[in-house]
Design a protein around this ligand. Sequence first.
Ligand code: CTP
Length: 438
Amino acid sequence: MSAPGRAGELSGKRVVLGVCGGIAAYKAVEICRRLADAGALVSPVLTRDAMRFVGELTFSALADEPARTSLFGPGSPEPSPHISLARRADAVLVAPATAHFLAGYVAGLAADLLIATLLATRAPVLVCPAMHTEMWEHPAVRDNVATLRRRGTWVMEPEEGRLAGGDRGKGRLPEPEAVVAELARLLASAEPVPGQGGGRAGADGAGLAHQGAAAQSLAGVKALVTAGGTREPVDPVRYIANRSSGKQGYAIAAELAARGAQVTLVTASESAPPVGMASVQRVATASEMAAAVHAAGDASDIVVMAAAVADYRVESPAGTKIKKSPGALVLTLVPTEDILAELGRRRRPGQVLVGFAAETASGDRLVTLGRAKLEAKGADLVVANDVGGAGAGFGQDLSSAVIVSRGQVRELGLVDKRALAAQLVDMAAQLLPARGRP
Ligand code: CTP
């Protein structure tokens, strides 16, 4: 379960809830209810195809005002509903967002009420795509998501899980509770940019007084994130690995990209990386990871070593498959480079260095181990994770963690990996030297 929405952030806020035509539209009903429960004033906007899946009456009954379904005609009593919706909105949430909607929004096709409202608003926008994995991974969709992120739109990554028709994979709309919590978090961090009437400049420098400030706050920042567990060969068919899935590194990379940073992801995970990366480099071994990290490290303002890097490698991997033979097999393991410690030694002034400490400890002991790693590796922040607890750690959606910095300890407890990513990126961003922003 993810952290509940901070209801206070939504109380009294006018939220336009855009619903597109996908099977996940049924979850939008629950999102609508949860927004209303959190005190938001919800204005539902349904696309024509949304109404094939859910009825406007359901939304009208749950929301603060009747659902709108069209720019013109009976679905729209006002002459310019998109303008009045756009101006009154404190936020626009689109959940679920289909591939068709993403393309239309990117292209500015204001033929329906939802996209017309989005083009007219200056409020923060959170888009939650949901579709089949093949569609989510299609270059057209990935490009559209990257464009939206560059323009400052928040895009919530879909989850892995059951999809329409019994298929499984990435593309599932996160649970309504998590969507509402994400919106609350966005609004909490979207402090207005002075002189822009609550909007902000576009991440591509286009000066769009558009959407939330926080999504934009890392524009111009270069970030390097590592993810996944390295694999050290024993022979051509075997390797030594660890249980890291890459989920935490991917969540951090996605969070940085969502805030406008230019992210290089160096990944040893075999899962598909999040969309919106400036560059993705796939590696297998610790030494390949070290080479990729050092190539990009100097130019990076923030480096997050979330990967579980092997501490040892096989000294001389066999060139051919090792055959079974009686008795013990002895492998000589030699240390790998400690990439984070090396980054700590060569870092340039102002660079923010973040490490992880995977430990089987909790409470004060976890903090002590985190502090020790902060010092030993010369990092600015260390996320100390208890990987021994049930339901949290490698491969899970939850993590039990504390973030240790030189002056501060932030206890996160059992936390969703996305929420951990958001808090970590907040803390890392605060450590960046001032970058001459207004
Ligand atoms: N790390 C690294 N290079 C390595 C090993 C680890 O850069 N060869 C980084 C990890 O990415 C992580 C941090 O160092 O950010 C801590 O990794 P961890 O395995 O917890 O600590 P170790 O230094 O390996 O110490 P130990 O395993 O003894 O706890």
